[in-house]
Design a protein around this ligand. Structure first.
Ligand SMILES: Nc1ncnc2c1ncn2[C@@H]1O[C@H](COP(=O)(O)OP(=O)(O)O)[C@@H](O)[C@H]1O
Ligand SMILES: CC(=O)OP(=O)(O)O
Ligand SMILES: [Mg+2]
Length: 371
Protein backbone atom coordinates (compact mmCIF):
# COMPACT_ATOMS: atom_id res chain seq x y z
CA UNK A 1 0.00 0.00 0.00
CA UNK A 2 1.37 3.43 -0.91
CA UNK A 3 0.58 6.95 0.17
CA UNK A 4 -1.14 7.30 -3.21
CA UNK A 5 -3.79 4.84 -2.10
CA UNK A 6 -7.24 6.38 -1.58
CA UNK A 7 -7.91 7.53 1.97
CA UNK A 8 -10.24 5.52 4.18
CA UNK A 9 -12.00 6.56 7.37
CA UNK A 10 -13.28 4.43 10.24
CA UNK A 11 -16.36 5.80 12.01
CA UNK A 12 -17.23 4.71 15.54
CA UNK A 13 -20.57 5.56 17.11
CA UNK A 14 -20.84 4.35 20.70
CA UNK A 15 -24.50 4.76 21.69
CA UNK A 16 -26.14 3.74 24.96
CA UNK A 17 -26.85 0.13 24.00
CA UNK A 18 -24.42 -0.72 21.20
CA UNK A 19 -21.56 0.49 19.05
CA UNK A 20 -22.36 1.28 15.42
CA UNK A 21 -19.47 1.53 13.00
CA UNK A 22 -18.81 2.27 9.35
CA UNK A 23 -15.94 2.38 6.89
CA UNK A 24 -15.87 5.11 4.27
CA UNK A 25 -13.36 5.42 1.43
CA UNK A 26 -12.68 8.26 -0.95
CA UNK A 27 -14.09 7.78 -4.40
CA UNK A 28 -13.61 10.72 -6.74
CA UNK A 29 -14.51 13.84 -4.79
CA UNK A 30 -16.86 11.96 -2.45
CA UNK A 31 -16.93 9.32 0.26
CA UNK A 32 -18.50 5.89 -0.21
CA UNK A 33 -19.46 3.50 2.60
CA UNK A 34 -17.87 0.05 2.26
CA UNK A 35 -19.20 -1.28 5.57
CA UNK A 36 -21.89 -0.42 8.10
CA UNK A 37 -22.49 -2.53 11.18
CA UNK A 38 -23.46 -2.71 14.82
CA UNK A 39 -22.21 -4.72 17.79
CA UNK A 40 -24.15 -5.04 21.05
CA UNK A 41 -22.26 -3.93 24.18
CA UNK A 42 -19.13 -1.81 24.62
CA UNK A 43 -16.21 -3.98 25.81
CA UNK A 44 -12.76 -4.80 24.36
CA UNK A 45 -14.25 -7.77 22.45
CA UNK A 46 -16.63 -5.43 20.62
CA UNK A 47 -13.77 -3.07 19.76
CA UNK A 48 -11.75 -6.03 18.43
CA UNK A 49 -14.68 -7.04 16.20
CA UNK A 50 -14.93 -3.50 14.86
CA UNK A 51 -11.18 -3.28 14.21
CA UNK A 52 -11.38 -6.56 12.23
CA UNK A 53 -14.31 -5.25 10.21
CA UNK A 54 -12.54 -1.96 9.48
CA UNK A 55 -9.41 -3.77 8.28
CA UNK A 56 -11.33 -6.10 6.02
CA UNK A 57 -13.42 -3.36 4.37
CA UNK A 58 -10.69 -0.78 3.85
CA UNK A 59 -8.55 -2.21 1.04
CA UNK A 60 -7.28 -0.90 -1.30
CA UNK A 61 -7.63 2.36 0.65
CA UNK A 62 -5.34 3.23 3.58
CA UNK A 63 -6.69 4.24 6.98
CA UNK A 64 -6.27 8.03 7.07
CA UNK A 65 -8.20 8.82 10.27
CA UNK A 66 -10.70 7.50 12.79
CA UNK A 67 -13.80 9.51 13.68
CA UNK A 68 -15.80 9.09 16.87
CA UNK A 69 -19.24 10.24 17.90
CA UNK A 70 -18.91 12.14 21.18
CA UNK A 71 -22.19 12.74 22.93
CA UNK A 72 -21.20 15.66 25.19
CA UNK A 73 -18.89 18.43 23.97
CA UNK A 74 -19.89 21.08 26.50
CA UNK A 75 -19.81 24.68 25.32
CA UNK A 76 -16.44 24.65 23.57
CA UNK A 77 -17.15 22.70 20.40
CA UNK A 78 -19.34 24.08 17.63
CA UNK A 79 -17.76 21.62 15.18
CA UNK A 80 -15.53 18.54 15.02
CA UNK A 81 -12.10 18.61 16.70
CA UNK A 82 -8.83 16.71 16.47
CA UNK A 83 -8.36 14.39 19.46
CA UNK A 84 -5.43 15.52 21.63
CA UNK A 85 -4.49 14.65 25.22
CA UNK A 86 -6.07 17.96 26.32
CA UNK A 87 -9.32 17.18 24.50
CA UNK A 88 -9.44 13.68 26.01
CA UNK A 89 -9.13 15.19 29.50
CA UNK A 90 -11.91 17.68 28.69
CA UNK A 91 -14.20 14.88 27.45
CA UNK A 92 -13.48 12.71 30.49
CA UNK A 93 -14.50 15.60 32.74
CA UNK A 94 -17.90 15.65 30.99
CA UNK A 95 -18.49 11.91 31.57
CA UNK A 96 -20.78 12.39 34.62
CA UNK A 97 -23.18 14.33 32.38
CA UNK A 98 -23.51 11.43 29.91
CA UNK A 99 -22.69 8.26 31.88
CA UNK A 100 -24.23 5.87 29.32
CA UNK A 101 -22.15 7.31 26.47
CA UNK A 102 -19.12 9.46 27.22
CA UNK A 103 -17.00 6.76 28.94
CA UNK A 104 -17.49 4.53 25.88
CA UNK A 105 -16.73 7.40 23.50
CA UNK A 106 -13.45 8.09 25.30
CA UNK A 107 -12.58 4.38 25.64
CA UNK A 108 -12.87 3.99 21.86
CA UNK A 109 -10.42 6.84 21.31
CA UNK A 110 -7.93 5.42 23.80
CA UNK A 111 -8.13 1.92 22.30
CA UNK A 112 -7.59 3.25 18.77
CA UNK A 113 -4.67 5.43 19.91
CA UNK A 114 -2.96 2.31 21.33
CA UNK A 115 -3.58 0.42 18.10
CA UNK A 116 -2.69 3.22 15.67
CA UNK A 117 -0.39 5.66 17.49
CA UNK A 118 0.03 8.85 15.50
CA UNK A 119 -3.07 8.33 13.34
CA UNK A 120 -5.38 11.37 13.52
CA UNK A 121 -8.58 10.81 15.46
CA UNK A 122 -11.49 13.20 15.29
CA UNK A 123 -14.25 13.89 17.83
CA UNK A 124 -17.65 14.61 16.24
CA UNK A 125 -20.02 16.15 18.76
CA UNK A 126 -23.75 15.55 19.28
CA UNK A 127 -23.99 18.87 21.10
CA UNK A 128 -22.47 20.96 18.26
CA UNK A 129 -25.70 21.12 16.22
CA UNK A 130 -27.58 22.81 19.08
CA UNK A 131 -24.88 25.18 20.29
CA UNK A 132 -26.36 28.03 18.23
CA UNK A 133 -29.83 27.70 19.85
CA UNK A 134 -31.21 31.08 20.94
CA UNK A 135 -30.18 31.91 24.51
CA UNK A 136 -33.80 31.76 25.71
CA UNK A 137 -33.92 28.15 24.52
CA UNK A 138 -30.75 27.31 26.47
CA UNK A 139 -31.43 28.99 29.81
CA UNK A 140 -33.05 27.26 32.79
CA UNK A 141 -34.95 29.31 35.33
CA UNK A 142 -32.00 29.13 37.70
CA UNK A 143 -29.86 31.94 39.10
CA UNK A 144 -27.70 33.60 36.47
CA UNK A 145 -24.51 32.29 38.13
CA UNK A 146 -25.63 28.72 37.31
CA UNK A 147 -25.79 29.52 33.59
CA UNK A 148 -22.37 31.19 33.83
CA UNK A 149 -21.04 27.86 35.19
CA UNK A 150 -22.45 26.01 32.18
CA UNK A 151 -25.71 24.76 33.73
CA UNK A 152 -27.55 25.20 30.44
CA UNK A 153 -29.51 23.11 27.96
CA UNK A 154 -27.15 21.43 25.47
CA UNK A 155 -29.19 18.86 23.51
CA UNK A 156 -27.92 15.67 21.85
CA UNK A 157 -28.41 13.42 18.78
CA UNK A 158 -26.90 16.34 16.82
CA UNK A 159 -25.14 14.08 14.30
CA UNK A 160 -28.47 12.42 13.46
CA UNK A 161 -30.17 15.83 13.10
CA UNK A 162 -27.30 17.05 10.91
CA UNK A 163 -27.86 14.05 8.65
CA UNK A 164 -31.57 14.87 8.35
CA UNK A 165 -30.81 18.55 7.70
CA UNK A 166 -28.34 17.48 4.96
CA UNK A 167 -30.63 14.91 3.29
CA UNK A 168 -34.01 16.63 3.45
CA UNK A 169 -33.51 19.38 0.80
CA UNK A 170 -33.10 16.75 -1.96
CA UNK A 171 -36.59 15.33 -1.32
CA UNK A 172 -38.64 18.00 0.44
CA UNK A 173 -39.29 21.50 -1.00
CA UNK A 174 -40.02 22.91 2.49
CA UNK A 175 -36.85 21.45 4.05
CA UNK A 176 -35.60 24.89 5.04
CA UNK A 177 -38.90 25.85 6.65
CA UNK A 178 -40.16 24.84 10.10
CA UNK A 179 -39.12 21.23 10.61
CA UNK A 180 -39.48 18.99 13.66
CA UNK A 181 -37.40 15.81 13.73
CA UNK A 182 -38.18 12.94 16.11
CA UNK A 183 -35.10 10.77 16.67
CA UNK A 184 -36.65 7.70 18.29
CA UNK A 185 -34.09 5.01 19.15
CA UNK A 186 -32.84 3.60 22.46
CA UNK A 187 -32.17 7.22 23.28
CA UNK A 188 -34.95 9.49 22.00
CA UNK A 189 -35.14 13.21 21.47
CA UNK A 190 -36.79 15.76 19.20
CA UNK A 191 -35.46 18.88 17.54
CA UNK A 192 -37.04 21.94 15.93
CA UNK A 193 -35.09 23.31 12.98
CA UNK A 194 -35.60 26.48 10.98
CA UNK A 195 -33.50 27.06 7.86
CA UNK A 196 -31.77 23.73 8.54
CA UNK A 197 -30.49 24.86 11.94
CA UNK A 198 -31.56 23.73 15.40
CA UNK A 199 -33.66 26.26 17.32
CA UNK A 200 -34.82 24.04 20.22
CA UNK A 201 -34.53 20.44 21.35
CA UNK A 202 -36.09 18.18 23.97
CA UNK A 203 -32.89 17.02 25.70
CA UNK A 204 -31.17 19.47 28.00
CA UNK A 205 -28.16 19.58 30.31
CA UNK A 206 -27.92 15.79 30.10
CA UNK A 207 -29.33 13.08 27.84
CA UNK A 208 -31.98 12.31 30.50
CA UNK A 209 -34.35 15.14 29.66
CA UNK A 210 -37.33 15.21 27.30
CA UNK A 211 -38.94 11.98 26.10
CA UNK A 212 -38.98 8.76 28.11
CA UNK A 213 -36.49 6.38 26.44
CA UNK A 214 -35.58 2.69 26.52
CA UNK A 215 -34.26 2.90 30.09
CA UNK A 216 -34.07 6.68 30.79
CA UNK A 217 -36.88 8.57 32.49
CA UNK A 218 -37.14 11.71 30.33
CA UNK A 219 -38.34 15.01 31.82
CA UNK A 220 -39.01 14.95 35.57
CA UNK A 221 -40.10 17.46 38.14
CA UNK A 222 -36.85 18.32 40.00
CA UNK A 223 -38.94 18.26 43.19
CA UNK A 224 -39.31 14.52 42.65
CA UNK A 225 -35.53 14.12 42.57
CA UNK A 226 -35.26 16.05 45.86
CA UNK A 227 -37.90 13.76 47.32
CA UNK A 228 -35.94 10.66 46.27
CA UNK A 229 -32.77 12.08 47.83
CA UNK A 230 -34.38 13.19 51.09
CA UNK A 231 -37.40 11.05 51.89
CA UNK A 232 -36.10 7.90 50.24
CA UNK A 233 -32.46 8.60 51.19
CA UNK A 234 -31.22 7.50 47.78
CA UNK A 235 -27.50 7.85 47.15
CA UNK A 236 -26.38 9.69 43.98
CA UNK A 237 -25.27 6.35 42.48
CA UNK A 238 -28.61 4.69 43.19
CA UNK A 239 -30.41 7.71 41.76
CA UNK A 240 -28.26 7.62 38.63
CA UNK A 241 -29.10 3.93 38.18
CA UNK A 242 -32.82 4.58 38.64
CA UNK A 243 -32.99 7.50 36.20
CA UNK A 244 -30.61 6.22 33.48
CA UNK A 245 -30.99 2.44 33.56
CA UNK A 246 -34.20 1.33 35.31
CA UNK A 247 -36.74 3.86 34.03
CA UNK A 248 -38.31 4.73 30.67
CA UNK A 249 -40.02 1.97 28.66
CA UNK A 250 -38.26 -0.68 30.76
CA UNK A 251 -39.33 0.82 34.06
CA UNK A 252 -42.88 1.60 32.97
CA UNK A 253 -43.51 -1.84 31.46
CA UNK A 254 -41.45 -3.93 33.85
CA UNK A 255 -40.81 -6.07 30.76
CA UNK A 256 -38.34 -4.49 28.31
CA UNK A 257 -36.91 -1.25 26.99
CA UNK A 258 -37.08 -2.63 23.45
CA UNK A 259 -40.00 -1.26 21.46
CA UNK A 260 -40.38 -4.41 19.32
CA UNK A 261 -40.86 -6.52 22.45
CA UNK A 262 -43.41 -4.08 23.89
CA UNK A 263 -45.41 -3.85 20.68
CA UNK A 264 -45.60 -7.66 20.55
CA UNK A 265 -46.65 -8.01 24.19
CA UNK A 266 -50.30 -8.41 25.26
CA UNK A 267 -49.40 -7.21 28.80
CA UNK A 268 -51.35 -4.06 29.84
CA UNK A 269 -48.17 -2.61 31.40
CA UNK A 270 -46.39 -2.88 28.02
CA UNK A 271 -49.33 -1.11 26.37
CA UNK A 272 -49.26 1.64 28.98
CA UNK A 273 -45.50 2.19 28.51
CA UNK A 274 -46.09 2.64 24.76
CA UNK A 275 -49.05 4.96 25.48
CA UNK A 276 -46.82 7.20 27.63
CA UNK A 277 -44.11 7.24 24.94
CA UNK A 278 -46.60 8.30 22.23
CA UNK A 279 -48.29 10.87 24.46
CA UNK A 280 -45.00 12.53 25.37
CA UNK A 281 -43.85 12.68 21.74
CA UNK A 282 -47.14 14.31 20.75
CA UNK A 283 -46.84 16.89 23.55
CA UNK A 284 -43.21 17.64 22.68
CA UNK A 285 -44.23 18.09 19.04
CA UNK A 286 -46.65 20.85 20.07
CA UNK A 287 -43.95 22.51 22.15
CA UNK A 288 -41.34 22.37 19.38
CA UNK A 289 -43.84 23.60 16.76
CA UNK A 290 -44.35 26.61 19.06
CA UNK A 291 -40.57 27.15 19.24
CA UNK A 292 -40.39 27.08 15.42
CA UNK A 293 -43.57 29.25 15.04
CA UNK A 294 -45.35 26.52 13.12
CA UNK A 295 -44.81 23.20 11.41
CA UNK A 296 -44.09 22.53 7.73
CA UNK A 297 -42.32 19.18 7.95
CA UNK A 298 -42.24 16.31 10.47
CA UNK A 299 -39.46 13.71 10.18
CA UNK A 300 -39.25 10.38 12.01
CA UNK A 301 -35.83 8.75 12.34
CA UNK A 302 -33.97 6.27 14.62
CA UNK A 303 -34.87 2.58 15.00
CA UNK A 304 -38.43 3.26 16.21
CA UNK A 305 -38.99 6.28 13.96
CA UNK A 306 -37.91 4.35 10.86
CA UNK A 307 -39.57 1.02 11.54
CA UNK A 308 -42.53 1.35 13.92
CA UNK A 309 -45.45 2.33 11.66
CA UNK A 310 -47.90 2.01 14.55
CA UNK A 311 -46.02 4.54 16.71
CA UNK A 312 -45.84 7.00 13.80
CA UNK A 313 -49.57 6.58 13.09
CA UNK A 314 -50.49 7.24 16.71
CA UNK A 315 -48.25 10.33 17.00
CA UNK A 316 -49.64 11.72 13.73
CA UNK A 317 -53.24 11.08 14.83
CA UNK A 318 -52.56 13.20 17.94
CA UNK A 319 -51.01 15.88 15.69
CA UNK A 320 -54.11 16.27 13.48
CA UNK A 321 -54.66 19.71 15.08
CA UNK A 322 -51.38 20.81 13.46
CA UNK A 323 -52.67 19.72 10.02
CA UNK A 324 -50.80 16.40 9.93
CA UNK A 325 -52.51 13.74 7.73
CA UNK A 326 -50.80 10.42 7.16
CA UNK A 327 -51.18 8.20 4.08
CA UNK A 328 -51.88 4.88 5.84
CA UNK A 329 -50.50 2.72 3.00
CA UNK A 330 -47.30 4.76 2.69
CA UNK A 331 -46.86 4.62 6.46
CA UNK A 332 -47.33 0.84 6.54
CA UNK A 333 -44.48 0.44 4.02
CA UNK A 334 -42.29 3.10 5.71
CA UNK A 335 -42.56 5.69 2.90
CA UNK A 336 -40.14 7.37 3.04
CA UNK A 337 -42.84 9.93 2.10
CA UNK A 338 -45.68 9.41 4.56
CA UNK A 339 -48.11 12.32 4.16
CA UNK A 340 -51.51 12.25 2.49
CA UNK A 341 -52.17 14.68 -0.40
CA UNK A 342 -54.36 16.89 1.86
CA UNK A 343 -51.79 17.09 4.69
CA UNK A 344 -50.71 20.63 5.64
CA UNK A 345 -47.50 19.11 6.97
CA UNK A 346 -45.05 16.96 4.99
CA UNK A 347 -44.14 13.79 6.90
CA UNK A 348 -41.10 11.61 6.19
CA UNK A 349 -39.39 8.53 7.67
CA UNK A 350 -35.64 8.74 7.10
CA UNK A 351 -32.83 6.42 8.17
CA UNK A 352 -30.58 7.71 10.96
CA UNK A 353 -27.03 7.82 9.61
CA UNK A 354 -24.77 9.39 12.20
CA UNK A 355 -21.80 7.55 10.65
CA UNK A 356 -22.14 9.47 7.34
CA UNK A 357 -21.77 12.73 9.25
CA UNK A 358 -18.85 11.35 11.28
CA UNK A 359 -17.09 10.35 8.02
CA UNK A 360 -17.53 13.77 6.47
CA UNK A 361 -16.44 15.67 9.58
CA UNK A 362 -13.48 13.33 10.12
CA UNK A 363 -12.24 13.84 6.58
CA UNK A 364 -12.64 17.61 6.92
CA UNK A 365 -10.53 17.76 10.11
CA UNK A 366 -7.97 15.11 9.09
CA UNK A 367 -7.36 16.69 5.67
CA UNK A 368 -6.20 19.84 7.46
CA UNK A 369 -3.82 17.79 9.66
CA UNK A 370 -0.18 17.69 8.47
CA UNK A 371 0.52 14.03 7.55
N1 LIG B 1 -39.44 -3.05 13.22
C1 LIG B 1 -39.42 -2.37 14.37
N2 LIG B 1 -40.57 -2.05 15.01
C2 LIG B 1 -40.57 -1.40 16.17
N3 LIG B 1 -39.46 -0.98 16.79
C3 LIG B 1 -38.29 -1.25 16.20
C4 LIG B 1 -38.18 -1.95 14.97
N4 LIG B 1 -36.88 -2.06 14.63
C5 LIG B 1 -36.18 -1.47 15.63
N5 LIG B 1 -37.02 -0.98 16.56
C6 LIG B 1 -36.69 -0.33 17.83
O1 LIG B 1 -35.69 0.66 17.68
C7 LIG B 1 -35.02 0.81 18.95
C8 LIG B 1 -33.51 0.89 18.70
O2 LIG B 1 -33.28 2.00 17.88
P1 LIG B 1 -31.78 2.39 17.42
O3 LIG B 1 -31.87 3.70 16.72
O4 LIG B 1 -31.16 1.26 16.69
O5 LIG B 1 -31.13 2.54 18.85
P2 LIG B 1 -29.77 3.13 19.37
O6 LIG B 1 -30.17 4.37 20.12
O7 LIG B 1 -29.20 2.07 20.23
O8 LIG B 1 -28.91 3.52 18.19
C9 LIG B 1 -35.44 -0.37 19.80
O9 LIG B 1 -36.43 0.02 20.74
C10 LIG B 1 -36.07 -1.31 18.79
O10 LIG B 1 -37.05 -2.15 19.35
C1 LIG C 1 -27.75 10.89 23.18
C2 LIG C 1 -28.35 9.54 23.13
O1 LIG C 1 -29.30 9.28 23.82
O2 LIG C 1 -27.80 8.66 22.27
P1 LIG C 1 -28.28 7.15 21.95
O3 LIG C 1 -29.62 7.27 21.30
O4 LIG C 1 -27.25 6.63 20.98
O5 LIG C 1 -28.34 6.41 23.24
MG1 LIG D 1 -28.45 5.92 18.66
Amino acid sequence: MTDNAAKGYACINAGSSSIKYAVYVERGAGLVATAHGQVEGHGPAQLRTIIGQVESHLAPARLAAIGHRVVHGGNNHAGPALVTPALLAELQALAPLAPLHQPHNVAGMEAMARLHPGLPQVACFDTAFHLGNPRVARLYGLPRACADEGLLRYGFHGLSYTHVADSLPAIEPRARGRVVVAHLGSGASMCAMVGGRSVATSMGFSALDGLPMATRCGALDPGLVLHLLRAKRMTPDALERLLYRDSGLLGLSGISGDMRTLLASPDPAAREAVDVFVYRIARELGSLAAAASGLDVLVFTGGIGEHAADIRARVCAQAAWLGVRLDADANATHGPRLHAPDSAVAVWALPADEEAVIARETKQVADAYPS
